[in-house]
Write a protein that binds this ligand. Structure first.
Ligand code: 13P
Ligand code: ZN
Length: 270
């Protein structure tokens, strides 16, 4: 058996949590991550027949039965993950009946998987249905995107349009746009279901006055989506109270989309 602390998937999640913390996206315990692992890659590092403890799920995750996820723990601080991955992270497998997450490694000291495990699993089901390569769901509380939900319309077409205008790269990175949900209670099935519905259509879903969820086939994709939309929101927040003199036109944004060979969501640009 190889040493799990040499596993590329562990290095990736540790670097991601540290970067997210340093960028100010994940103060205290905020944010959570789930990373779909392959059975073969995981089996090289841990025994797959040793269930340490189990956590019941409040959703039917049968579509993911047998699938293995590396997840952040409930109430754990992203700042601390790099210093003690075994306590702050866990590897869980979804049981055959889809009702339980079986702990195979980590969450030492009696921890539990993120309280948002249900939305994460439902988002994986939704994304895998449209992209079988999807592996990552990231949830974070970036400052500027969240601030924007306090003062900008949360109509998703208007919200996306502003973000396309306020960062040069936006249209190239998220031409599919951003879904937006109103304020909702975290940890509930209602939020899980609403997010899963949106994330099937959009790789980014903003939770108003809370944060954002991003999906991707890799950390680069999911992280890049959040950092680009957050950059656009930061520029918007910096200048929105000043007279707007030089906002790019829809024709200019369309020209960028053509240059990068991407298709903006139909009807969202004039
Ligand atoms: P957890 O600590 O349970 O992952 O919750 C953090 C969070 O961001 C809730 O929305
Ligand atoms: Zn949150």
């Amino acid at each position: 058996m190889k040493n799990i602390f040499d596993a590329p998937f562990l290095t990736e999640i540790i670097r991601t949590t540290s970067n997210m913390y340093r960028l100010g996206w994940d103060e205290c315990n905020s944010g959570n991550i789930s990373y779909l692992l392959g059975e073969n890659e995981t089996g090289q590092y841990i025994a797959l027949n040793n269930v340490i403890r189990s956590f019941s799920l409040n959703i039917d995750a049968k579509k993911l039965s047998g699938k293995i996820f590396l997840v952040t723990g409930a109430g754990k601080h992203f700042r601390n993950v790099q210093y003690n991955p075994e306590e702050n992270l866990g590897i869980v497998r979804i049981s055959n009946d889809g009702r339980t997450a079986e702990l195979l490694w980590g969450l030492s000291g009696g921890g539990r998987p993120t309280s948002e495990l249900s939305p994460h699993l439902m988002c994986h089901i939704a994304r895998l249905s449209v992209n079988p390569e999807n592996r990552i769901i990231l949830h974070a509380h970036p400052v500027n995107l969240t601030a924007m939900t306090y003062i900008h319309s949360i109509d998703e077409k208007k919200f996306t349009h502003t973000l396309w205008q306020f960062c040069y790269e936006s249209i190239g990175i998220f031409p599919d746009g951003i879904g937006v949900l109103p304020w909702m209670l975290s940890g509930t099935n209602e939020l899980a279901e609403a997010t899963a519905k949106k994330i099937e259509e959009f790789r980014l879903v903003v939770w108003a006055q809370h944060g954002i969820a991003g999906a991707g086939a890799s950390f680069d994709e999911a992280f890049g989506l959040i950092e680009t939309s957050e950059k656009a929101a930061e520029i918007y927040i910096k200048v929105m109270h000043m007279p707007d003199l030089n906002i790019p036109s829809d024709a200019q944004i369309t020209a960028l989309a053509e240059r990068w060979n991407v298709c903006p969501r139909k009807g969202w640009l004039n």
